[in-house]
Design a protein around this ligand. Structure first.
Ligand code: KIV
Length: 295
């Protein structure tokens, strides 16, 4: 029985095997980063292959300068909302900074929370060689892991900012080592962020698992963009690699401005936005005349 969001012809929710098959057939997968039920429902209707509930919520939703302050509870709440909005879409929970760094036991415990409490299909975590043991432990517990290497925003302080990675030979080698570590640890997919295309393309061709990119060129197995970037919602910063498909910030600001003007002028609400009193008019007037507010 299809759910409310599914039309009779809509494809069923993807599995990790579908994602692997897409790579094997040379079919690109497209995903978007979203944090709420409303946006998730649009992504599902548009036929998005996956939704990542990214820790970029720290900046976009909560107004922090980076992703570090995001907590497990925040991530879980947003994953629950996205699952309610997109019941038939493959959803990836993003493990926040500090939720997988202390020990493998901690990493497994927190990854399990995503599945049990928010019904996500997979989790993503940042890092390669440095977190190989954590990826291994989570994979061994039967959870699908997406690796994330290259420009890893959680370690932007250590990287000296949101800096493109893999631009030099030594940098490219570090990306390759990270990619290999993620694959060897058992991750089923890999996301590469902010890396020259030539490096990403080599990884995507070399690894048997799907390799997706954000700011990493077109020669890989699919793309992810933040909904906030592609819709032009986030004005603080637009990365070079992102394409704006619309200017929502402009449209929303204009709509708010128009509402302020109309409401101040008494032009809103208009008759069509108001409810009608259907009782007896004379009785109402008598009620008003008799009624005393206890002020
Ligand atoms: O949190 C996020 O939005 C991400 C993307 C950069 C892929 O991890």
């Amino acid at each position: 029985m299809p759910s409310a969001n599914q039309t009779a012809t809509a494809p069923k929710k993807k599995t990790i095997l579908d994602l692997q098959q897409m790579k094997d057939k040379g079919e690109k997968a497209v995903w978007v980063v979203a944090y709420d039920a409303c946006m998730a429902s649009y992504a599902e209707k548009a036929g998005m292959d996956m939704i990542l509930v990214g820790d970029s919520m720290g900046m976009i939703v909560y107004g922090y300068p980076g992703t570090v302050p995001v907590s497990m509870d925040m991530s879980i709440f947003h994953c629950q909302a996205v699952r309610r909005g997109a019941p038939d879409t493959y959803i990836i929970g993003d493990m926040p900074f500090g939720s997988y760094h202390e020990s493998s036991a901690d990493a497994v415990h927190n990854a399990v929370r995503f599945l049990k409490e928010a019904d996500v299909d997979a989790i993503k975590l940042e890092g390669g060689v440095a977190v190989k043991d954590k990826i291994e432990a989570i994979c061994k517990s039967g959870i699908v892991v997406f690796g994330h290497i290259g420009l890893t925003p959680q370690s932007s302080a250590a990287l000296g900012g949101f800096k493109v990675q893999g631009k030099s030979t030594a940098g490219a080698l570090a990306v390759l080592n990270d990619a290999r570590a993620v694959y060897e640890a058992g991750a089923r997919c890999l996301l590469i962020e902010g890396v020259p295309e030539v490096v990403t393309a080599f990884v995507a061709k070399s690894l048997p698992i799907p390799v997706y990119g954000i700011g990493a060129g077109v020669r890989c197995d699919g793309q992810v963009l933040l909904a906030a970037d592609l819709l032009g919602m986030y004005e603080a910063f637009t990365p070079k690699f992102s394409k704006r498909y619309m200017n929502l910030a402009h449209d929303v600001t204009n709509a708010f401005r128009e509402y302020v003007e109309e409401a101040k002028a008494g032009a809103f609400p208009a008759p069509e936005h108001m409810y009608k009193y259907t009782g007896d008019e004379a009785e109402l007037q008598k009620l008003f005349a008799d009624y005393k507010f206890q002020l």
